[in-house]
Write a protein that binds this ligand. Structure first.
Ligand code: URA
Length: 230
């Protein structure tokens, strides 16, 4: 791939801007300053811009522990910042997309990638990949309500797919669902006459959040990526 295309794709600017960086000697390949905008790079080359190394990778997989208040959209809204602000030091942030959005008042696990096959595998309800949420709610909940959540409740005129419930204490459960409908868990609780007051996604499939603090992100390891595809 041409160096100007590679860097522009990573959103360091337009190809014209990249040309400016090249003229200013900001860009190096394998430690050598390059002067041609059509310089061909390969996956074994080490590209750096302002001495920050950008690895050439076809697919990128990032895990972010989102705090509440950030929105799952690339554009900030007037008082809600975009999740992109949490990925400021990730050179690939603009070319990866969220696999299963979270509401601004939901915290937890955001998986981001440019690999469409993984996205499909994770979000397709047919693949039965469960996403686990810790849920805190407002009013008392009965055993019957728990059973309803597990077997399926009516949301948006259709019945939710069977879910799994693990009781943590009297107003907190883990709820695992294999779908990702808009406001799904809040609507499931509405349908049993209750209100969610705290929601956090703690795992996607076998991937859990334990090693990442809130606000932090990391690249998935090769081992983790492989297991997600199994
Ligand atoms: N269900 C919701 O209601 N909101 C989320 O952000 C995720 C699941």
């Amino acid at each position: 791939m041409r160096i100007d295309k590679f860097i522009a794709n990573l959103w360091y600017g337009s190809r014209r801007q990249v040309w400016e960086y090249i003229k200013n000697e900001y860009i190096k390949v394998n430690g050598e300053t390059i002067y041609e905008k059509d310089y061909e790079i390969h996956f074994w080359d080490v590209v750096s811009i302002w001495d920050t190394v950008i690895e050439y990778k076809e697919y990128i997989y990032v895990l972010l522990n989102k705090p509440v208040w950030y929105i799952s959209s690339k554009k900030s809204e007037w008082w809600h910042p975009s999740y992109l602000e949490l990925l400021e030091n990730c050179p690939y942030a603009q070319i990866i997309d969220i696999v299963g959005r979270l509401d601004f008042d939901t915290s937890g696990f955001l998986l981001l990638t440019n690999d469409g096959s993984l996205t499909h595998k994770i979000i397709s309800p047919k693949k039965d990949i469960f996403k686990k949420y810790s849920v805190v709610w407002e009013n008392n909940i009965s055993q019957k309500d728990i059973e309803k959540l597990e077997s399926g409740v009516k949301i948006d005129d259709t019945i939710s797919k069977p879910a799994k419930v693990e009781i943590i204490d009297k107003n907190k459960i883990y709820l695992s669902i294999s779908e990702g409908r808009f406001h799904q868990i809040k609507k499931m609780f509405e349908s049993i006459g209750n209100t969610v007051i705290e929601l956090k996604r703690v795992s996607i499939g076998w991937l859990t959040l334990w090693e990442l603090n809130v606000w932090e992100w990391k690249y998935l390891s090769d081992e983790e990526i492989k297991k997600l595809f199994e």
